[in-house]
Ligand binder design. Structure first.
Ligand SMILES: [Fe+2]
Ligand SMILES: [Fe+2]
Length: 156
């Protein structure tokens, strides 16, 4: 794959991560605002959980069988990929706890924890996985992104 094309695809992946982090952060801040103003915080909590279910967890599942599968072929990246998959599990646990939070304080704490972990996780993917793969001539990053999109759109 050409260096320029690889860089463009890597930039698309990084931009998508940044967009998800920003949207999640805005959604989480609505939970904080509702609790701070002593308003009903449950609709804002539900909005965060819905965003996680509709966007973030499907993204995580799709990358495990595409970009992670590709990265795992390279021995120096194997431990990192294992740690990223573990973080997907941790994010899932935080989501489940958030979905049943009984108080506003608990919801704010769990939503913030999810948001910060997702942010760090996406930065790790950008800086240590995408960055590594984009510099390998034997990796088809455009094909990997295409497969991810196909999985997420439900296309065969
Ligand atoms: Fe991930
Ligand atoms: Fe990701």
């Amino acid at each position: 794959m050409s260096g320029t094309n690889s860089r463009l695809v890597a930039d698309k992946i990084r931009a998508h991560h940044a967009a998800m982090v920003a949207q999640l952060s805005q959604s989480v801040s609505r939970v904080l605002d509702a609790v701070a103003l002593a308003n009903n915080w449950e609709p804002a909590r539900q909005e965060v959980v819905a965003y996680i279910d509709q966007e973030l967890l499907p993204h995580a599942v799709a990358e495990e069988s595409t970009i992670y599968a590709s990265a795992r072929q390279f021995a120096p990246l194997r431990g990192l990929v294992a740690s990223l998959i573990f973080e997907h599990v941790c994010l899932g646990r935080l989501r489940n706890a958030l979905a049943v939070a009984q108080t506003g304080l608990e919801a704010v704490s769990l939503a913030s924890a999810f948001s910060h972990l997702f942010d760090v996780h996406a930065q790790k993917e950008d800086q240590f996985v995408v960055q590594d793969l984009e510099n390998r001539v034997d990796v088809d990053l455009a094909g990997i992104l295409g497969s991810m999109r196909q999985l997420l759109s439900g296309a065969p």
